[in-house]
Ligand binder design. Sequence first.
Ligand code: SAH
Length: 222
Amino acid sequence: MTQEARKIRLLMHLRRSGITDHRVLGALERVPREAFVPDSFLDQAYEDRALPIGLGQTISQPLVVAYMTQALEVTDLHKVLEIGTGSGYQACVLAKLCRRLYTIERHAILLETSEHRFANLRIHNITSRVADGMKGWPEQAPFDRIIVTAAHTGSAPPPALTDQLGVGGVLVIPMGDERRDQRLVRYRRTEAGLEREDLWPVRFVPLLPNLPEEGESRASRW
Ligand code: SAH
């Protein structure tokens, strides 16, 4: 089966699984996932599963990328912040739908690889940096949309992120323990405060504070 045929099969699967937003499906169709996975996993690029990208991290499952993007309700007027660039795949999907995407990754080597991918794919509306995304990107705030692609433990999202969300803004974040129930949560910032809505159960790698120590990268290359 060709990659193109696999991609069509995946898009049909996404549609059957509740991805109804045509703009989201169109963005997933236009971003070649095979450019974001290691060579040894190329034959699985259009399977609906998360794949390893090194340093113990993963490129998310396509259905989860699609679902989170749909839940974020992005338009081409929006300034969007992503925490956890990883492979850069979710970033490129969002970049197709929004005005400008800011993305933060704590592993420099992952971000470097992603930046090459953005350039190769000629996606020019992404600004990225290596930092602890739990602190947000204060110089660029407020954001219309914020998406976190790693799981946050605790009952409330990191305060820097909700502070940097504009009124009318939406934050989508997986909340909960790595091993126990994780759930995708959508927060809306209104004049009155934050409204919380629990969405799907999910499974993400943890959102970690600060930049990695030397040993952390060496300990888990794959
Ligand atoms: N969106 C990615 C999936 C990312 S996996 C994709 O489409 O491929 C989660 C990523 O979050 C990992 O790369 C991890 O290093 C990063 N991460 C975890 N905690 C972070 C933090 N505090 N700040 C920035 N990035 C973080």
